[in-house]
Design a protein around this ligand. Structure first.
Ligand code: HEM
Length: 470
């Protein structure tokens, strides 16, 4: 090959290590080789395609989350200057959300909000979550029993509705609204850290913001007349030294809390179940000792972090990993890479439900540490206990041999920092008595279905599907 055809080394390395590869479904399905390469070859990497630094080592991610600025969303005046005034309705909400603020504004907002979301309230929700999980799992079982091909879509029928219903309970609005809340959250999540420009989607996000604002205005009006336990009422009444939140602040932070708790928890359930299915020995260990569930959920959070990265701005010119980062340059902290850093976690690519000293960064770190982490943990614990304890069919292949699986990625439309959308098909075939074909179609954050064919006709249909996929 002539030298003119060979791209300069730096350029090819930049191309190879860009986070843009996460838009490739194959990479998104298993981003860890990319993260490993970045961590070992260029742990503080300038990504020219994203115009941002990408930080992948545990120690550096910690430093970014601790000391860099979270004030990263353009305000309406800046959008006007950029000729993007149409996005002002979104910006007006985002600048009032705790996720995009630094101290002291963040400290004030977070302080008032935590008054509204106490550990006691989370414990109180545990019972409701158990009921919700049981109802959804019973529904799955009933549906699969009456279905020849016995297909269970774990994401659509469990991992998505559960956080949506819990979110409605947590806010104190009717649970029957959960599908609408889920849809708005999915639309709004487009704006949270998505590094793809999708102008054609902006009207949808603007519509979602208008819908949510109106919805919460109504809810606030109702709650002023008929108070109902939940975050909306607690935020309305939270007070520290006479300071209270304005109605706009209540709405903006109801939105960020609602959005923050959905796709992430869906990913925890979907990826957690997938990881157990891929690690049958760990699944059996867990099934035999349910007291390991809290530790197993922590390991799921580390091993397949539901929220893979977040962004900050550099607060002043400084050096990190031998690189000079300039004030107000964007920095992407990849928690999913930090959580697999061998410098911090021995044998990081091993899924070990009894891992000790598992201080992962899946919920972030420092001032912005996930506001809903106690609730997310309870949701994860309750769901996995319900699945394993009742030997639910969606985890039925603990004793089933996993054939070399087909991990085929389908297209994804976007990638957001708040969750890793991925799609794969993996085929399983049962052994011994349970010689049923089992197909797992996985799209964490979108779809994970398990089909078990009990009848001969059903088995043939599934086998055909698997052959076609192969
Ligand atoms: C497995 C589930 C979850 C994961 C992995 C997760 C992850 C995270 C992460 C990484 C952050 C920090 C982002 C940053 O520093 O830029 C965060 C913040 C936040 N999360 Fe979660 N989250 C989860 C569930 C929830 C739930 C259930 C709620 C709502 C009850 C929630 C509400 C929030 C809020 C409001 C913030 C902003 C906190 C602040 O800025 O002070 N999250 N979450």
């Amino acid at each position: 090959m002539s030298s003119t055809n060979t791209p300069p080394r730096l350029e090819s390395r930049d191309t190879a290590m860009s986070l843009y590869h996460l838009l490739d479904p194959e990479v998104l399905a298993n981003p860890y080789p990319l993260f490993r390469r970045m961590r070992s070859e260029d742990p503080v990497h300038w990504d020219p395609f994203l115009h941002a630094w990408v930080v992948t080592r545990y120690a550096d991610v910690l430093e970014v989350l601790l000391n860099f600025s979270a004030d990263r969303t353009p305000n309406p005046a800046q959008l006007d200057e950029m000729g993007l005034s149409s996005l002002n309705p979104i910006a007006r909400v985002m600048v009032k959300q705790m996720l995009f603020m630094d101290a002291p504004a963040h400290t004030r907002l977070r302080g008032l909000s935590s008054k509204a979301f106490t550990p006691a309230r989370v414990e109180q929700l545990r019972g409701h979550i158990q009921d919700i999980a049981k109802n959804l799992l019973d529904g799955l079982q009933a549906r699969s029993a009456g279905n020849d091909e016995d297909e269970i879509d774990v994401i659509a029928q469990l991992a998505e509705p559960l956080p949506a219903i819990v979110t409605a309970e947590m806010l104190g609005v009717p649970t029957s609204d959960h599908a609408q809340l889920k849809q708005w959250s999915a639309d709004f999540a487009e704006m949270l850290g998505n590094f793809q420009h999708n102008p054609e989607r902006y009207p949808r996000v603007i519509g979602a913001v208008a819908g949510m604002t109106e919805y919460f205005q109504d809810a606030i009006r109702q709650q002023r007349e008929h108070p109902r336990e939940g975050l909306i009422h607690s935020l309305l009444t939270a007070e520290i030294d006479g300071d209270r939140l304005t109605e706009e602040e209540v709405i903006a932070n109801c939105i960020v809390t609602m959005v923050g708790g959905q796709e992430t928890t869906t990913n925890l359930i979907g990826n957690g179940l997938l990881t157990l299915l891929r690690n049958p020995d760990e699944m059996t260990r867990l099934r035999n000792d349910l007291s390991l569930i809290p530790s197993a959920v922590e390991e799921m959070l580390r091993y397949e972090s539901p929220s893979q990265h977040t962004a900050r701005m550099c607060p002043s010119d400084r050096e990190m990993g031998g690189k000079r980062i300039q004030k107000r340059q964007a920095v992407i902290a990849v928690m999913a890479a930090a959580n697999r850093d061998p410098e911090r976690f021995p044998d990081p690519d091993r899924f070990d439900i009894t891992r000790k000293d598992n201080r992962h960064l899946a919920f972030g770190y420092a001032a912005h540490f996930c506001f809903g982490a106690p609730l997310a943990r309870v949701e994860g614990q309750v769901v996995f206990e319900a699945i394993l304890c009742h030997d639910h069919p969606c985890a039925a292949d603990a004793g089933v041999a996993l054939e070399p699986g087909l991990a085929r990625a389908e297209s994804i439309e976007s990638e957001s920092t708040r969750g890793r959308a991925r799609r794969r098909d993996i085929s399983f075939r049962g052994a011994g008595k349970r010689r049923s074909a089992i197909r797992h179609k996985i799209c964490s954050a979108s779809r994970l279905s398990v089909s078990r064919a009990r009848t001969r006709r059903g088995r043939r249909a599934v086998s055909r599907q698997i052959r076609r996929k192969n």
